[in-house]
Design a protein around this ligand. Sequence first.
Ligand SMILES: [Cu+2]
Length: 68
Amino acid sequence: MEQVTLKVNGMSCGHCVKAVEGSVGELSGVNSVKVDLASGTVAVEYKSEDVTLDQIKETIDEEGYEVE
Ligand SMILES: [Cu+2]
């Protein structure tokens, strides 16, 4: 299991939290995803055999947020 904390720009409210946690959480191989609005970060726990970090970043990007 890999663990990464991504800095993500543009998340500002509960809707953003739901959008990011929902879409990333749907990826197969993602074990957990937690948004922290105060610090603008997304903590993800995933299995690198099943999902890549690039896929996770792309999914956040597709929701309309910028991964630093
Ligand atoms: Cu929002």
